[in-house]
Design a protein around this ligand. Structure first.
Ligand code: NAI
Length: 333
């Protein structure tokens, strides 16, 4: 079966081709992102494969249906960017990769926490410049600090395991209690209590209407002064204006982001010589206590291998009209 693979980077191609060696799918790699303007590229393909910043709103889905697409294979876990209700109505099948490496994302959250605390990104450039002064590099012991984990699913659990190893006290926010997290000593508390008690807050829940801007002015006001906020989940969980104000007033002491609410126009591309059009994002990059990475938390060899294998399995199941193990629909979410 022929599949158009949108938003292809060289690494996507490498890992998908490797996984396809024994599968025999016909993959047509396209560099273009899927938007209203690139729907035409999907003409003649029953299946398309897309990533996190491809657009899958109602208008794009209608366009895809018109050019003959029947199956959208997401090569990611999150599906907040897909209008699932419209997909269901149009009879478009959507599949995803539910789990590929929770370790990759949890380990990246740890990297952000440690780098922000010990300011290794500053220290590195200072030493390269011959400046061995320690002024401004003072950190804190992670041991004994209270970390609030919002969303104790697969990634939240991996983070809890790692932080348990560091000797942190763990607070969890989730409507479903994770037994392994409880064994690690994690205490489930209401969101508001977690905001008031945590030294570090790390977000690991999906972006949905009810979680959109869960970190807003009110939430920041409840936090401990000097709190560290980590977001490796989805940008829309945080109201950028609220955290910018919190950073300006020093209420927020550190912020580590791998995602940003308007990232689809910024991330995954080299914008070195382009004027930054997003002022809110540009402002965030000026804070010395903000560390931003461009949606790379998932980016490990192991994760890319599993994403590719799982995507090819989803394509094969669709082609052979088998039960779709990894189907997502509005009805079930
Ligand atoms: P998961 O489904 O295993 O866990 C999510 C947890 O969040 C569940 O336990 C759920 O009950 C909980 N949850 C839902 N609503 C909540 C709320 N209002 N408050 C607190 N908890 C709530 O998902 P997984 O695999 O752990 O992934 C979490 C998120 O990480 C994904 O939704 C995705 O957005 C993000 N992600 C980011 C990546 C990156 O590269 N930066 C890569 C992969 C995932």
């Amino acid at each position: 079966m022929k599949t158009a693979v949108f938003s292809t980077k060289p690494y996507d191609r490498e890992f998908l081709e490797q996984a396809n060696e024994t599968k025999g799918q016909e993959l047509i790699f396209l560099e273009s992102r899927l938007t209203q303007h690139t729907i035409k590229l999907a003409e003649g393909f029953e299946s398309i494969c897309v990533f996190v910043n491809d657009q899958l709103n109602a208008a794009v889905l209608i366009g895809l249906k018109k050019v003959g697409v029947k199956h959208i294979a997401l090569r990611c876990a999150g599906y907040n960017h897909v209008d699932l209700a419209s997909a269901d109505e149009l009879g478009l099948v959507v599949t995803r990769v539910p789990a590929y490496s929770p370790y990759a994302v949890a380990e990246h959250a740890i990297a952000l926490i440690l780098s922000l605390n010990r300011k290794t990104y500053w220290a590195h450039s200072r030493v390269r410049d011959g400046n061995y002064s320690l002024d401004g590099l003072l950190g804190f012991d992670l041991h004994g600090k209270t970390v609030g984990i919002v969303g104790t699913g697969k990634i939240g659990q991996c983070l809890a395991e790692a932080l348990h190893g560091f000797g942190c006290k763990l607070l969890g926010v989730d409507q479903y209690e994770n037994e392994r997290c409880k064994e690690l000593g994690l205490n489930y508390v209401p969101f508001k209590d977690m905001l008031e008690q945590a030294d570090i807050i790390s977000l690991h829940c999906p972006l949905m209407p009810e979680t959109h801007h869960m970190i807003d002015n009110e939430a920041v006001a409840r936090m401990k002064p000097g709190v560290m906020i980590i977001n490796t989940s989805r940008g829309g969980l945080i109201d950028t204006k609220a955290v910018t104000d919190g950073l300006k007033s020093s209420k927020i002491g550190y912020m580590g982001l791998d995602v940003y609410e308007e990232e689809d126009e910024i991330f995954f591309e080299d914008k070195t010589f382009e004027m930054r059009l997003d002022d809110a994002f540009a402002r965030l990059t000026t804070f010395p206590n903000v560390l931003i990475t461009g949606h790379q938390a998932y980016f490990t060899r192991e994760a890319l291998t599993r994403i590719s294998e799982s995507t090819l399995a989803n394509l094969a199941e669709f082609e052979q009209s088998e039960t779709l193990t990894n189907r997502v629909s509005a009805a079930q979410s």
